[in-house]
Design a protein around this ligand. Sequence first.
Ligand code: HEM
Length: 207
Amino acid sequence: MTTPRLPFRLPPPPRPLAFALAAAPAAWLIAGIFGIAGADLGPNPVRELTHVTGKTALNLLLITLLVSPLRDLSGIPSWLRLRRMMGLFAAFYAALHFLVYAVLELDLSLADLGRELAKRPFIWVGAAALLALVPLVVTSTDRMMRRLGRRWQTLHRLVYPIAILAVWHYWWQVKADIREPLLYATALALLLGWRVWRGRRRRVTVS
Ligand code: HEM
């Protein structure tokens, strides 16, 4: 069986451009905090910080998962060079999201954290996603890749359950209009479906 291919050429963006695009939300937040170039975080800056960091982490996580389908569909292996950068940016925004919440919303109060965890269980799910990202960040270097060998790939498959937890965390805290979380869940289902389909196809081709 041959891999389906796009009818047009789709090369990856240059790395500096991908870096600039992934860093842009952080730059916008910094500009908003310091009132640079007319940027404004609106009437509730802490809410805006939580929103932008959470959404960007989720978007970048899904973009990380999109990289290998794009490699397959375009037939251009250099897409894979973007995967680590996107994954690390996703983890960076997720950590920032947590810090904004812990420092600016909770004032680092453990008592408040306890109350929040009891009242808003979706936070447990976000915390699980964030904790599971830690081993992926720690083992993201070339040295760790070489050291872990085949185990590295097995470990980094954790990115799929992490993405499920992240979409779940988002869905759970949305109050009424579920259109956006539904869109994220559909995108994730397609990415997971692709992964399962590719895995099966590879096994059929090998056997
Ligand atoms: C310890 C870890 C985490 C904590 C404590 C946490 C906490 C929160 C809180 C308090 C909100 C705001 C809910 C509201 O509007 O009242 C939120 C929203 C959100 N979080 Fe998290 N989160 C965590 C991890 C994550 C991770 C790992 C991701 C994604 C990779 C994520 C993505 C989001 C998204 C997309 C939203 C919705 C933003 C919006 O539309 O306003 N969170 N989170």
